[in-house]
Design a protein around this ligand. Sequence first.
Ligand code: OSB
Ligand code: MG
Length: 378
Amino acid sequence: MATSGEALMRVESITLRKLRMRLKSPFETSFGVTHERPVLLVELQADGLTGWSEVTATEGPFYNSESIDIAWLVIREFLAPLILGKSLACASEAGRHFCAIRGHEMARAGIENALWDIEAQQRSVPLATLLGGTQTEIACGVSLGLHSTPDKLAERVATEVAAGYQRIKIKIKPGLDLTYISAVRNAFPDIRLSVDANSAYTLDDLDLLRQFDDFNLLMIEQPLWWDDIYNHAKLQKQLKTWICLDEPIHQLRDAQTAIELEACGIINIKLGRVGGYSSARQIQAHCLSQNIPAWCGGMLECGIGRAHNIAVSTLPGYTLPGDVSASQRYWAEDVIEPEVTVTPQGTIHVPQTPGLGYHVRSELIERWTAEKQTFRHS
Ligand code: OSB
Ligand code: MG
């Protein structure tokens, strides 16, 4: 993308910050309950510009094998030394510097995505434009955690439908599935409804999973093991409803494998889980070429991660509403200005200003910072 004579980005420093942000209400999945979200922010300086991003790992290795503290260590010991002092023609070159590092996609994404923010500022274009985004307004859905009763869940769905969200996803796990799905479906016969199991089932649950076919679901997200693609292909053959893979898709090759094996009909692309923008762009392009709908997943991000999710959602391969929702659903106060808002039609207007498109409230971030460390080129 860079032409000769254009500015290079020389990576001067990387600052990591850990914030503890309290969710407005706890979020429960089949792998646990989150009350407080530890947030890991990356502030990267290059050529007098500051790029921000969020490392979307969870507190422990419960969603994938990464965690906030593991990512901190990987950035400090391995990623920062590989990139500090280097001059890059464009952000997508980060991957070349990190090619010796296996796994740790969320940590890598934290660095690469901050570089994209800087590149967009350098070129004075919105991040979405730099990425090749074509949508100026993105379609939004919500993800609802496990609730104590089907009625309470249905009430919550009513609120989100009234707010305009275009797709409702509900978390499920064994014992908290059919009664919840049917309560919501009976109350809302026509909404786009999906379920996410976060790997809570096995092939022994086939008879149960086949009953989900009765509810006209848009998809069943990640019913089986977090690291599995092959058994999802076996399961998909037995179901009418599309399976959507989330956890096991880390890179283009995983998406190619899943599509070729017919392990799913839909793919959830999470910017962190796939290692950042370069990888997300490859996956969405492949999904588009294969007629596999894709959408942007979420990790309960604060405004900074949310802003990156909005930018990536503008790419043409993101054809279904993502788990990209209003700041206010999770946070009393967000770290960006303006905070993310959703229109009554369930869309987000993509910012048209250069870079991330939101003002990062660095003073508030500083006040909320519990741990901080800066790495510089020595
Ligand atoms: O599987 O999509 C998931 C949150 C944490 C870990 C995994 C998942 C989720 C969500 C939340 O569903 C989506 C959001 O950020 O709104
Ligand atoms: Mg999921």
